[in-house]
Design a protein around this ligand. Structure first.
Ligand code: ZN
Ligand code: ZN
Ligand code: FE
Length: 751
């Protein structure tokens, strides 16, 4: 603490005193040192402190300087800070000299709303020191400062101060302490400050890690939010071995590269793509492949690559010793969550990795890399995790009562909301996995603690068998069941700062419908209070139930038998006697629940075209169909829409045309394009019919099928051509990773 002396005695007559409260992401991002420097430069007196509600500044001086100070609190804030609100109160001036940073006040727990910053990529200043042979942190893999370093992953409770982080076990050396206390230093009050003398250590030297990678080894690397598995991306044997050991058959691996220039060799980079890669979150950005030396097994058959830039000091040090990009995939066996505890990592990763590299700074919260695509010149999130969590989503209207929403089953996230803010957890994953379920419970406890939210109600999916639903029923609080696609649509509305009513289009794999069938091709007229199912894709049987999810050829059989066509498609020949059995299941409706899912229609078409009969991971058939489809072809097949009270869109015409094109030898890329265009056109026509009935001209697009940016592009264009206002996701994913936000808002409106 830097002393300032303020006495309760009258001050100079032209002196004003103001109490300024700054709310937003202002802890752990160098905000207090910034305030300190600003106050000093304007020769103002007083102090600044972290409080549970944000940062509070007691400042005095001439009114003009105070006005400038207040303005610059927003306009000149450090890069990672997000200032939401500045409130100013006048106080009686006192005799005061100097400006200081004071120790934190814990504040009352119930009022705690200080925002913990997401983790921040290594900044340019730290990178310079890291490579400077005369700097005392030269080559130190834990270098950080007020503008960069771990945050959410190390914080154990608020306020964000060193004792409340996993750095509490390291006692600062005299030099680090001096930097930490020196207002002129760029590490002034940087909570994770450390050096080779006093801070965390790596278990293996950088040179040894680099040698192992260069030699084709698979290396488990403890990073910011968990362990990665790394391998030389140019070494086919190494990547194939990683794929085999990880039991991940075809899902593409993400790559990490040294810098923007190295990314530009691998993928097409425009300014938006480069800006996203360089953003402080350093997400994985999925971009069109260009060239470069990448092993075939990295992303077999994919026209796109997921690429991220080095974001931790360890990565930079490694790339100084490596020439090729690295495969950087979550440290797990397929479907398990990323490993983050050291004992657990050596147990789980020991059979995959040739070398395990750990360090002694514990990870409090396991957080995966974030993933995004680009759409309309901006980020389109697929996984919201490191670098984003736990930054809040602003709500269009404050919730009346605190709520907890427990999300879905796959791609689970949880969301706690109070006041005007919703705190979404990082990506938790598939709850049927025990480790993921434990992480789900930890995420609930942590988000509740960090943001002091005592929920009055718990929102869950309508699906009775989701483990999140079961958890909600067992938690002892009042519950609200929210229909899956209603949650999708409201999450998209809220993501755009709106609450509806709007026409909501929710296309996904499956979600439980109130009529007991499985929905997934839905047109809802919805707002936060409720919805009406205005239209949907005609239901078809899902022969074999859940087996049809893993085996798209079963959906091909269902859609084909629905046509009552004579000629069997080629897929029939690939499955022999099983084909006839599955067709019979579909026709008799035995073990064949009905579904209106667009995801399942993608599966059927992919299989009918011979693209994929069985999948290794969720959405694979649709992803492959998107990848092979022509980008510039505009024809489509006709749309068959019934005009009853609920609009029913038949997929029969689509499937018939797909088969007839295939029989005529039309190239797959063209049929794929026509299929996408037809879904877009049919969506626009259905929305048009709903507009005529409802008068609504805003359409919100959500659901996992809209991770497909070719479909999204065509659909948005077709709707805009008809004069619709179209809302798409911006901050939360269209897939089930976004539904906890919709659940929270809906439950809060109903509570
Ligand atoms: Zn830094
Ligand atoms: Zn030190
Ligand atoms: Fe969904």
């Amino acid at each position: 603490m830097i002393p300032s002396s303020c006495l309760e005695r009258p001050a100079q007559p032209d002196t004003e005193r103001r109490l300024i409260r700054v709310a937003g992401v202002v802890q752990g991002v160098g905000y207090r040192p910034f305030v300190f420097g600003l106050a000093r430069s304007l020769q103002l007196a007083g102090n600044v402190r972290n409080e549970a509600t944000g940062v509070t500044i007691d400042v005095q001086g001439p009114p003009a300087a105070l006005d400038q100070f207040t303005a610059q609190l927003v306009s000149s804030a450090p890069p990672a800070a997000v200032v939401d609100r500045v409130t100013v109160e006048r106080l009686v001036a006192r005799e005061c000299a100097g400006f200081s940073i004071e120790a934190s006040h814990a504040g009352s727990a119930s009022a705690s709303s200080a925002l913990v910053s997401p983790d921040l990529a290594t900044c340019a200043d730290c990178l310079r020191e890291l490579r400077d042979p005369i700097d005392r942190r030269f080559g130190y893999p834990f270098i950080n400062c007020t503008n960069c370093g771990p945050r959410y992953t190390i914080v154990t409770r608020v306020p964000y101060d060193r004792p409340n982080t996993t750095m509490c076990r390291f006692e600062m050396c005299a030099q680090c302490q001096a930097e930490y206390l020196d207002p002129g230093d760029r590490r002034f009050h940087a909570q994770p400050v450390a050096c080779p003398g006093c801070g965390p250590r790596l278990s293996v030297s950088i040179d040894a890690i680099a040698d192992a990678l260069n030699g084709g080894a698979i290396v488990a690397l403890k990073g910011i939010g968990g362990y990665h598995l790394a391998a030389d991306a140019a070494n086919e044997a190494a990547v194939r071995r990683l794929r085999e050991r990880k039991r991940r058959e075809r899902r593409p691996f993400a790559l990490m590269v040294r810098d923007r220039a190295a990314a530009g060799v691998l993928v097409e980079l425009n300014d938006v793509a480069a800006a996203r890669l360089l953003s402080a979150a350093r997400p994985i950005v999925v971009l069109s492949r260009r060239g470069g030396e990448v092993a075939e097994s990295v992303a077999p058959g994919c026209s796109e690559l997921g690429v991220m830039l080095a974001y931790a000091p360890l990565h930079h040090l490694l790339f100084d010793r490596l020439s090729a990009p690295l495969v950087m995939t979550s440290g797990n066996v397929s479907a398990e969550p990323i490993a983050y505890e050291d004992a657990e990592a050596s147990r789980r990763l020991g059979e995959i990795a040739d070398l395990i590299v750990t360090h002694d700074r514990p990870i409090q919260t396991r957080v995966d890399d974030s993933v995004e695509r680009l759409f309309d010149g901006r980020a389109y999130p697929l996984r919201r995790a490191r670098g984003h969590a736990p930054a809040p989503v602003r709500l269009p209207r404050p919730v009346r009562t605190p709520v907890l929403a427990v999300g879905g089953q796959l791609k689970n996230t949880i969301c706690a909301a109070r006041g005007g803010e919703a705190f979404l957890s990082h990506h938790v994953g598939d709850l049927s996995n025990l480790a993921a379920f434990r992480s789900f419970e930890q995420a609930i406890a942590h988000v509740r603690d960090l943001f002091s939210i005592e929920p009055a109600v718990v929102a869950h999916d309508l699906h009775p068998d989701y483990l999140s639903t079961t958890w909600a029923h067992d938690c002892g609080l009042p519950t609200v069941a929210v229909q899956h696609h209603h949650a999708h649509v409201v999450s998209c509305l809220v993501d755009n700062g709106e609450l509806g009513p709007a026409i909501g289009v929710a296309f996904d794999g499956l979600g439980y419908g109130p009529d007991g069938t499985l929905w997934g091709g839905e047109f809802l007229v919805a707002d936060a209070h409720g919805f009406v199912r205005a239209g949907h894709l005609a239901p078809v049987p899902m022969p074999g139930g859940a087996a049809a999810i893993r085996q798209p050829w079963r959906m091909a059989a269902a859609h084909w038998s629905n046509l009552q066509a004579d000629v069997e498609p080629t897929v029939a020949g690939r499955h022999g006697a099983r084909w006839a059995k599955v067709v019979a299941l579909a026709q008799r409706g035995v073990n064949a629940p009905l579904t209106s899912s667009v995801g399942r229609l993608f599966d059927a078409v992919a299989s009918l075209l011979g693209v994929r009969d069985d999948i290794d991971y969720e959405g694979q058939a649709a992803i492959e169909l998107e990848q092979l489809s022509e980008r510039d072809h505009r024809d489509s097949y006709p749309t068959e829409l019934s005009d009853g009270a609920v609009l029913i869109w038949s997929s029969a015409a689509i499937v018939r045309e797909v088969l007839s094109d295939a029989a005529r030898g039309v190239p797959l890329a063209r049929i794929g394009a026509r299929f996408h265009n037809t879904l877009a056109e049919g969506t626009a026509q259905t929305c048009e019919a709903i507009r005529q009935r409802s008068g609504l001209d805003t359409v919100a697009l959500s659901g996992g099928v809209f991770q497909n940016v070719l479909l999204l592009r065509r659909t948005v264009d077709a709707l805009r051509e008809r004069g619709f206002r179209v809302l798409t996701h911006q901050h939360v994913p269209p897939n089930d990773g976004g539904i906890s936000l919709g659940q929270a808002v809906i439950a809060a409106e109903l509570a």
